[in-house]
Design a protein. Structure first.
Ligand code: 13P
Length: 248
């Protein structure tokens, strides 16, 4: 069975609640494409108004982060149950900005992945290499390490429903997109890694996005690659261009 493409916006730390509602309304007529899953991953404070604003449309809402504990004294954190109750379907886990600025390591991310799945959320698990790693030729070794560490104790049945986002750090917010060949090569490598860890059927089911300076001009070529099942879009998800990406 063909994998359905999934195109997600990652709003990062942008959009106040009132700006968020305006953006959703502006994008509403532009993002109608039933052939793909469309997701807005929004700041925590925007979740409730955005869930309300997308009601009745083809758009689903994701969070940008969550904590793995059930509840309790974790000031400032948000639980999986809170996200589910608010109407969230997806959650980004392990974005390079969280790994880098907030020192989230793979052991923590593994706990978050397992908690998200058990709560009924679909993780969008991010991985990707730095420019130094690419230049040293260790890109695929690094990504295999991330994937294997982040999926410890996650079953094949669970993995087939998650989304993996390949985001080369050097391509994020830089306007420097990976070439189509570079993006496809790593997404293919991720699928091979999943096949090796689990089995071919699981690898064939898992959806793998590319992220890093995706825009209206390069989306169609990237998404046409056999192992790229959509995109995780930062900057371009905050403007009308996102409609062109969704309807690539
Ligand atoms: P840009 O699309 O702004 O490069 O961001 C990519 C990204 O980090 C999505 O998660």
């Amino acid at each position: 069975m063909a994998r359905k493409k999934i195109i997600a916006g990652n709003w990062k730390m942008n959009m106040t609640p009132s700006e968020a509602v305006k953006l959703v309304a502006e994008l509403e007529p532009l993002v109608k494409n039933d052939d793909v899953d469309v997701v807005y991953c929004v700041p925590a404070i925007d979740i409730v108004p955005v869930v309300e604003a997308v009601k009745g449309s083809n758009v689903q809402v994701g969070a940008e982060n969550m904590y793995f504990e059930e509840s309790g004294a974790y000031t400032g954190e948000i639980s999986a149950a809170m996200l589910v109750d608010a109407g969230v379907k997806y959650v980004i886990i392990g974005h390079s900005e969280r790994r880098d600025y907030f020192k989230e390591d793979d052991a923590l991310l593994n706990k978050k992945v397992k908690k998200a799945i058990s709560a009924g959320l679909t993780p969008i698990l991010c991985c990707g290499e730095s420019l130094e790693q690419r230049e040293m030729g260790v890109t695929m070794d690094w990504i295999r390490f991330q994937i294997k560490s982040d999926l410890v104790d996650v079953t094949a049945d669970q993995v087939k429903d998650i989304v993996i986002a390949y985001e080369p750090i050097w391509a994020i917010g830089t306007g420097k997109t990976a070439t189509t060949e570079q993006a496809e090569e790593v997404c293919k490598g991720i699928r091979e890694c999943i096949a090796q860890m689990y089995d071919q059927a699981t690898a064939d089911a898992v959806r793998i996005q590319y992220g890093g300076s995706v825009n209206a001009g390069n989306a169609a070529e990237l998404f046409a690659q056999p192992n790229i099942d959509g995109g995780l879009v930062g900057g371009a998800s905050l403007k009308a261009d996102f409609g062109k990406i969704v309807c690539y």
